[in-house]
Ligand binder design. Sequence first.
Ligand code: HEM
Length: 447
Amino acid sequence: MNTTATSIEGLPPGPRLPVALQTLAMVTRQRPFLERARRRYGTMFTVKVPGLGKTVVVSDPELIKQAFRAAPSVLHAGTGSPLRVILGSNSLLGIDEDQHMQQRKLLLPPFKGQRLKRYESLIAEIAAQEIDGWPDEVEFETTQSMQRITLRAILQAVFGAEGAQLHSLEELVPAWMALATRLVLAPWLQRNLGSRSPWAKFGALRIRIDAILDELIAAAKADPELEERPDMLALMVQARHEDGSPMSNPEIRDQLLTMLVAGHETTANSLSWTVERLRRHPEVLRRLVEEAAAGGKALREATIREVQRTRPVILFAGRMAREPFELGGFSLPVGTRLLLAACLTHYDPELFPHPERFDPDRFFDKLPETYEWIPFGGGIRRCIGATFAHMEMDVVLRVLLERVELLSTEAPDEPWAIRGIVLAAGQGGRAAVRRRVPARDLTPQPA
Ligand code: HEM
């Protein structure tokens, strides 16, 4: 890597293929294409994809650190994000600088460690209910099942939804999210082309969802026991801006939907990848079952981290230069898009020996390095739900290990597939299970 004192004006070199071929490779063979470029050009190279603008892919931990630590006025993550149009102008994912810091401060308290413990038994119950419905000794795809678990977990733990409102949201949200994904990927559809157009349907669904969210906010405001409530909506209703004013309904609604979009499919796909990995690693699976029976969790936590290393469901954290930005010996011009690439960094043999090997022992009783293991991004934009997601994956995996025997397979690894904005197991994270009789105890384990 060129790190001379005098920076080179412009972008680092990168693949010289015609733009059309680079675009095709980024869509259909993204990982091999990027791996090849890294071998050829090193840990910082430029790719050319129409619609993305000047794009530099970065995979060196030191450079990633510099990007994550850059001043929020120099590198933006929200402005220009396609999610802003979809999630509303208050969404944490679509704002920057002071506005971002203010909203992030308001939203952080519910995500702090001890608070999250309160959600463990709720999530265990949701997971048990879903897993008890799995067929016996028949192969099936787990992704949708995991999506039902993570959707319900967010609607109950974050939104505080119950009863009829929970059921209505469970019906409306998947349809809204499917349209949202389509619209993010096809921005030219983001206009009203008649009442049956995706944009019009999306708007109509959002109105119905907003009406339910307004009901939930009104009920929280009227709840005499608001302070005792564990859900995050209750905390948002009590939060105050620096000037003492409460969060407005549009602010709360945009942030709730942001949590949903950011936290639902990401966690679900990480869980279906966990099933996919464990069926192909029977020895790890055997140790995990023994550990769960003995009330431990160190290997389980390490396993979750290794799944996220080897199958990072969000391949890149994105940043956009608003001022010229010095990185790796280059002075990157305004408007450069940086893709901080978990999918490359996690496979660097100098950081993770034999990177293709699925080996949870790498992280046994040992936390990963902040800028080498980046499935949740980093810096002031690091995933606000990372601890929640880790807890949720831990609880769901424990319940799974306790209630069913996951049957191993010799089938080849499932291929990487980009579904919407996440990396999914290409065959849906197929499982085959045998029920354990009787199912083991579900009480949360001590930390
Ligand atoms: C395995 C599960 C998850 C993965 C892999 C994941 C990954 C990420 C990544 C890569 C980012 C961008 C970070 C950056 O730009 O540096 C992010 C941001 C974010 N995530 Fe997650 N996430 C997960 C679960 C969740 C959950 C459960 C929630 C909420 C309940 C959540 C809420 C958010 C929010 C609100 C942001 C924007 C943060 C900001 O801009 O300040 N995520 N996530």
